[in-house]
Ligand binder design. Structure first.
Ligand SMILES: [Zn+2]
Length: 169
């Protein structure tokens, strides 16, 4: 008996479970299974698994199906929210950085004027103002990234999913 025979047997076992195979192939498979315990064992396992799957499919009740659909829908909503949130954070950060840059420029000018008036070294005053002004934008961005989870969790989202489902029907 060659490896090719075993391979052919395994392929026929799988195909016999799902489609009609030629009578000659079926006869050949039966004779191989009689003489090869290894493939016979595999065939038994395969058929048992097939029966098991059919049983599970039959017992999947309407409630289980709709509960699973609900979970999938909730997950989709969650992913949508996460995406929207990332965009929101990016926009907020850009706006914050822009306003920081503009006010930094103004304060920079103001700092230079003050330094000139008070006779302070500009090498100290201007970098100090810069750090002070950019800091809020950095803190806000860090805070938003540190709490990325939407406030609306669990029950609220489930209710939303149910509502959308109702609308789609
Ligand atoms: Zn075999």
């Amino acid at each position: 008996m060659t490896n090719h025979d075993h391979d052919r047997a395994l392929e026929l076992i799988m195909r016999r479970g799902t489609e009609d195979i030629a009578a000659a192939d079926s006869a050949w498979l039966d004779s191989h299974l009689e003489s090869c315990s290894e493939c016979a064992e595999y065939a038994a396992d395969f058929e048992q698994t097939g029966r098991l799957l059919q049983t599970v499919a039959v017992t999947a009740s309407g409630a289980l199906v709709s509960a699973t659909q609900m979970k999938v829908r909730e997950r989709a909503l969650y992913l949508q929210e996460q995406q929207a949130r990332v965009v929101l954070i990016a926009i907020s950060f850009c706006l914050g950085a822009m306003s920081s840059a503009i006010s930094a420029w103004l304060w920079w000018k103001f700092g230079a004027w003050v330094a000139e008036r008070l006779g302070l070294s500009q090498a100290i005053v201007q970098p100090g103002i810069m750090v002070f002004l950019v800091l809020p934008a950095v803190v806000i961005a860090v805070l938003m990234l540190a709490f990325p989870h939407p406030v609306a969790e669990g029950p609220w989202r489930a209710a939303l999913a149910r509502e959308r489902e109702g609308r789609n029907q």
